[in-house]
Write a protein that binds this ligand. Structure first.
Ligand code: ADP
Ligand code: MG
Length: 246
């Protein structure tokens, strides 16, 4: 078997906010087409880790290697890195004064320098893909939360990222809207997108995840294939966490 391509490698990543040390010696590897699911209680550092991967926060020390290249905030064009590593947030932050299609084509035109014609063609393709082919000209206020989040996913995909990070993309949604967003993410994973997903949706983690990482108080406590983590966790803290949410 050929060796899988390594998309993200994190080594001994540490991060503090002032006196508060929130990530301790994090090591993480994500190979091409892997879906890695990060789980853990609120405050355990999951969002901070994702934000460090996307350089919305800066690590204190350690290494972040993206597609074979060690990235340092001081020396790299972070807009280029962020174009490779797309991110979807809990709150979608769509531009309210732009249409759905307007939201999706904005960054490819402004940041990537794509022609409007090309951006529109690609934007429509992506909106069709996330099931919003009839909503190009609608304003976000007219959409449900699940539809808004699918626009946010299409918007991130419009930058043609190699990796997608999701930070609790369904946590702000009414329960009946969660499924449509998870389904969109599942399809993306099945198409081979490399993904790191923070979620409390354990059904998704088990079904779609290739690897599950459990974090507690800024440390990776246990990681493994979904069956291992959910059916045979070794660590008491993992068991307690799973009992608390299931
Ligand atoms: P999670 O996503 O697992 O809930 P976070 O990464 O958001 O955890 O937070 C980890 C810790 O870092 C928490 O104690 C949180 O209060 C703190 N924290 C997160 N962001 C900031 C910030 N910008 N400034 C100060 N503290 C922060
Ligand atoms: Mg968080």
């Amino acid at each position: 078997m050929t060796k899988p391509r390594e998309m993200i490698r994190v080594e001994k990543l540490n991060k503090s906010f002032g006196d508060l040390h929130v990530l301790y010696d994090i090591d993480l590897k994500v190979n091409e087409s892997d879906v890695v699911v990060l789980i853990g209680a609120s405050g355990s550092g999951k969002s901070t880790l994702l934000r460090c991967l996307n350089f919305l926060e800066f690590k204190d020390d350690g290494k972040i290697v993206i597609e074979g290249e060690q990235v340092e905030a001081a020396t790299h064009d972070l807009n280029k890195v962020r174009a490779k590593v797309g991110m979807v947030f809990q709150h979608f932050n769509l531009f309210p004064h732009k249409t759905v299609l307007g939201n999706v084509i904005e960054a490819p035109i402004q940041v990537k320098g794509m022609s409007k014609k090309e951006a529109v063609k690609e934007g429509k393709r992506l909106l069709d893909k996330v099931g919003l082919g009839d909503k190009y000209d609608i304003y976000p206020s007219r959409l449900s939360g699940g539809q808004k989040q699918r626009v946010a996913i299409a918007r991130a995909l419009a930058m043609q990222p190699d990796i997608m990070l999701f930070d609790e993309p369904t946590s702000a949604l009414d329960p009946e809207l969660v499924g449509e967003v998870l389904e969109t993410m599942k399809e993306l994973g099945e198409e081979g997108m490399t993904m790191v997903v923070v979620t409390h949706e354990m059904g998704f983690a088990r079904e779609v995840g290739d690897w599950v990482v459990y974090m507690n108080e800024g440390r990776i406590v246990e990681e493994g294939q979904p069956d291992h983590i959910f059916d045979h966790p070794k660590e008491e803290r993992t068991k307690a966490f799973l009992n608390s949410i299931l």
